[in-house]
Write a protein that binds this ligand. Structure first.
Ligand code: UDP
Length: 258
């Protein structure tokens, strides 16, 4: 292993898609930040797995990602079917932990926030700047840009060289955008955070802790945003396929280092 590489985390495949296993991902990410090793993080849930089963582009992005974290409760349940106990790490929690890490590192790791509606991303940035005065935010941009604005954004990202880039465009748009632009800041952590800016801005509520503990955050999101019900159809599909895979799949070689 070269000095610039980091120790791979063990991974397990669910319906052909990798998930990295760890009790705490932050030290692994911090080590890569300190050594200037860029990291594309995908936060995995049942919906992404189902989409990846018929979307080769998305599946390839997931396989090439440096870190795939268990974002959804469906992933945790599927792992449990194979006797693997893994705590859930929601993408929004990982996003928050990265921002706090940057805030505590006293401006060493500049942050860029991209995505969401214009006032939303501004409010999300304000919230973090107020809470963490030492946080260095080097760029804020909303996620509805025309071609010219997009070119300006890429130039800004390249010239400011943030070390943590949070992208809130929804799945799979954010994953594709990160794949296409990762080379601009090859030493940064790039992570798609979906609707996190909506929550940080205060426009949407996150499910209360007791609902999260019951693994029902997905249901809370549908209740808050009924138009999401169609997306939730992936959940029963995922559950059935994960059970079938457990019953008939070959898993002997699936728990392996990267
Ligand atoms: N979004 C965006 N540009 C677009 C489409 C969506 O910035 O062209 C933002 C949208 O405003 C929202 C986020 O992407 O803040 C998607 O949130 P969603 O809850 O759908 O993401 P998920 O967490 O489900 O992936």
């Amino acid at each position: 292993m070269s000095e610039r590489e980091s120790t791979p985390l063990p991974q397990f495949k669910i319906l052909g898609q990798p998930v990295h296993l760890s009790k705490d991902y932050i030290p692994w990410l911090l080590d890569r930040l300190q050594r200037g090793i860029g990291t594309h993080v995908v936060t995995m849930n049942a919906e992404i797995v189902i989409q990846a089963t018929h979307d080769l582009e998305l599946s390839t992005i997931i396989h090439n990602a440096d870190l795939v974290t268990p974002d959804g409760s469906g992933i945790i349940m599927a792992l449990k079917l194979h006797g693997i106990t893994q705590p859930r790490y929601a993408g929004i929690d990982l996003g928050e932990d990265l921002i706090r890490l940057a805030g505590e590192a006293d401006r060493e790791y500049p942050v860029f926030l991209y995505g969401g509606k214009p006032q939303i991303v501004q409010k999300a940035a304000q919230k973090w700047q107020t809470e963490l005065p030492n946080l260095k935010i080097v760029g804020i941009e909303h996620g509805y840009l025309d071609t010219e604005q997009q070119a300006k954004l890429l130039h800004q990202i390249q010239s400011t060289q943030p070390k943590i880039i949070l992208v809130a465009l929804g799945m799979p748009r954010q994953e594709i955008w990160i794949r296409d632009n990762f080379h601009l800041c090859p030493q940064a952590i790039w992570i798609g955070v979906g609707g996190s800016f909506d929550v940080w801005s205060g426009v949407k509520n996150r499910a209360p802790q007791y609902i999260r503990n019951l693994d029902l955050e997905w249901l809370y999101r549908i209740a808050q945003e009924p138009s999401r019900w169609r997306r939730a159809l992936a959940l029963p599909q995922f559950a059935i396929l994960a059970i079938l895979e457990r019953l008939w799949g070959k898993h002997k070689d699936k728990l392996a280092p990267n």
